[in-house]
Design a protein around this ligand. Structure first.
Ligand code: GLA
Length: 389
């Protein structure tokens, strides 16, 4: 599938600019096994890059202008690199503008270039197509102009670009897009940015994504509000327990003892965060030991918390998880990513995948009149140059 994408992007570039690309970059989307909404709360997360990618082709154009063409959108824009970068009404262009802005305010100098891109990462499905876009674009400019930006800084600058666009996200998506490795999940310590690779070995179970095919408009504002609620929760905890610096140092007891000092929302968010930080450690140990049923159980618990305490689920995602949970051959299921739509991630017993897929699709369609999209997950490499020779 990626070969077709690469050929298409190359051919389009050659036709448009009558030259071959100087650099080509492949940048993946991501999944997350467990650890949701805790990357911005000093937690651990367990994501991986996937084999769905954005393909970019670049060349320098010896000017101070850059032209960026979105093949899939049949749209393009030009940007004058000598001017201050501003947000535009065309939302898709802002991720590129955000990256250019980051480069400029960080003092990097570079010249004009042409860029063409095309993607097979579904948009709005919680697979972080925007992180793949920012990281791949930045990676390409870095390589084209020898800027010597380290991979971790590519992730951090891309995260800042996303903030500039308007979502105050954590580091998980950009980090996993850049640092992904085939068949490995990454345990990221989001407080220190230390990380370890763990084998993505799920034994008798397959990782399957069910895409609800909905994206509720609440996403951006609710995401940013959750961050504020967590900040408020932590500041109340710190006031009463001065030895605590972050949610990492907190036990469930600390939070429970402050229930009457917090609004009900702030209490629920804080309680979820502390429990979820604990679950990731347990889940990673279970994965290492091959105790996949334990991992699956923790995923169900995460979903329950995301739905009832963090309140980022929706009717469609709850239905998908509840339906999966009724099946003996599904040992874990939860909403994945920011929530309010997008995918659930499921661990399904090998050999039973087709039966479950058919059953869930049918019930989902009967209930919501929406086609379920299904992706079999393959864990792939992080953002990299593609060598055509
Ligand atoms: C989005 C954000 C991430 C992370 C997840 C929830 O994908 O971009 O930083 O917070 O939501 O875990």
């Amino acid at each position: 599938m990626n070969d077709i994408l690469i050929k298409k992007t190359t051919a389009f570039f050659e036709e448009t600019f009558s030259s071959s690309p100087e650099k080509m970059v492949l940048s993946p989307g991501r999944i997350n096994i467990i650890g949701e909404h805790i990357d911005y709360n000093d937690g651990y997360v367990l994501p991986a890059a996937i084999d769905k990618i954005i393909c970019f082709a670049f060349e320098k154009n010896n000017s101070k202008q850059s032209k960026i063409i979105a093949i899939d959108l049949d749209d393009e824009f030009e940007i004058d690199l000598t001017k201050t970068v501003e947000l535009d009404e065309k939302v898709w262009t802002n991720y590129f503008r955000g990256v250019i802005n980051q480069l400029k305010i960080s003092g990097f100098s570079f010249e004009g270039f042409n860029c063409v891109f095309s993607s097979n990462i579904p948009v709005g499905s919680g697979l972080s197509s925007s992180a793949a876009l920012e990281c791949g674009f930045l990676y390409g400019i870095n390589s084209l102009f020898n800027l010597n930006i380290k991979p971790i800084d590519i992730a951090l600058m891309s995260q800042k670009a996303e903030h500039w666009v308007g979502i105050n996200c954590g580091i998980m998506d950009q980090f996993s897009s850049v640092m992904g490795l085939e068949n490995k999940v990454i345990k990221i310590d989001c407080k220190t940015l230390d990380f370890e690779y763990h084998d993505a070995n799920f034994n008798d179970y397959s990782l399957i994504l069910f895409d609800s095919n909905v994206k509720h408009s609440l996403f951006t504002s609710a995401y940013n509000t959750r961050r504020e609620e967590c900040d408020e929760g932590l500041s109340i905890i710190k006031k009463h327990f001065p030895e605590i610096n972050s949610f990492r140092d907190c036990s469930e007891k600390h939070v429970l003892s402050l229930e009457d000092k917090m609004s009900s929302e702030v209490f629920k968010r804080s309680h979820f965060v502390v429990k979820e930080i604990g679950r990731v450690t347990k889940a990673c140990e279970a994965l290492d030991k091959g105790e996949i049923e334990v991992l699956g159980q923790l995923m169900f618990e995460t979903h329950h918390g995301l739905s009832s305490e963090y309140e980022v689920s929706c009717a469609e995602l709850d239905f998908l998880v509840d339906t999966a949970k009724k099946e003996n051959s599904v040992i874990g299921s939860r909403l994945m990513g920011g929530g309010f739509g997008g995918c659930t991630i499921n661990l399904i017993q090998k050999g039973q995948e087709d039966i479950i897929k058919a059953k869930v699709s049918k019930l989902y369609f009967e209930t919501f009149n929406i086609e379920l999209k299904i992706y079999d997950v393959k864990i792939g490499n992080g953002t990299s140059l593609y060598n055509r020779n």
